[in-house]
Write a protein that binds this ligand. Sequence first.
Ligand code: MN
Length: 325
Amino acid sequence: MSDLAPPAPEAVPATLRGGRADVPGGPVRELLEPRETALGGNTVVRRLLPNLGRRMVGAWCFVDHYGPDDIADEPGMQVPPHPHMGLQTVSWLHEGSVLHRDSLGSLQTVRARELGLMTSGRAISHSEESPRPHARLLHGAQLWVALPDAHRHTEPRFEHHPDLPVVTADGLHGTVILGTVDGATSPGTVHTPLVGVDLTLREGSSARVPVEPDFEYAVLTMAGLTEVDGVRLEPGSMLYLGSGRRELPLRALTDGSLLLLGGEPFDEKIVMWWNFIGRSNEDIARARADWMTSDRFGTVHGYAGARVPAPALPATPLKARGRVR
Ligand code: MN
């Protein structure tokens, strides 16, 4: 073998970061269709990740958009105690608020544009409910971030960050949820290079948001009619953008708001089932059994209702899958 020959693949050290193999080498514009799913209470959500053929954007692996719903005469969100493993949950609201309880004893109201960040690590359980009394409207997104192998067994933790950094430009107001945008960094703990920013645009305005060429990105339209990289978007739609950009052009046809999610492509294969993320069928089966028969996931106190039993495991063993398939 000459000195110029590339190293054999097995000689390349495994990496927990990066990996562009399955990422389009440049910008793409791929519209992801939402799938309607019923949650607890009367809440119907539109699931955008995982999606057919697109399972992750960076470490972002789950995106539900809900509302705006008029819940004046309704209980609103009522999600009884349930477990999580191997991920972080991000509660993000535009209207209304959610009362979070968890097995660490946290009791926290998360209001619009405040960050409720729960790191499940090896095990946590929580409930989420609309407080009583509550505002008329409920509108938000529920997001999950997959934890890398080195951090997925970490101790569980809940963070509430009511004052997040903002970035502004003419007609644009951005709130940095996680990561860094234009030098402004969220206090939320992250375990892989990623970013989440809430962008509010005034009708008729245009902006160019600086982005990382090595990150892949997607935008979720929360409200209004916008154009992202020339593609017209309506509320509730998600556009996958690929990578390779240094800035992202935005235009507001009406007042509007977008969530921009991005990150270094997640290079590990994961098994995502129910509320758990593991690396194997055994990880998931053990977590399920532990939720049903042990106190591994702790106890949520104060929720008026029973905890959620785990569904049956599928007949065929779950397989670890990558971010695309
Ligand atoms: Mn949850």
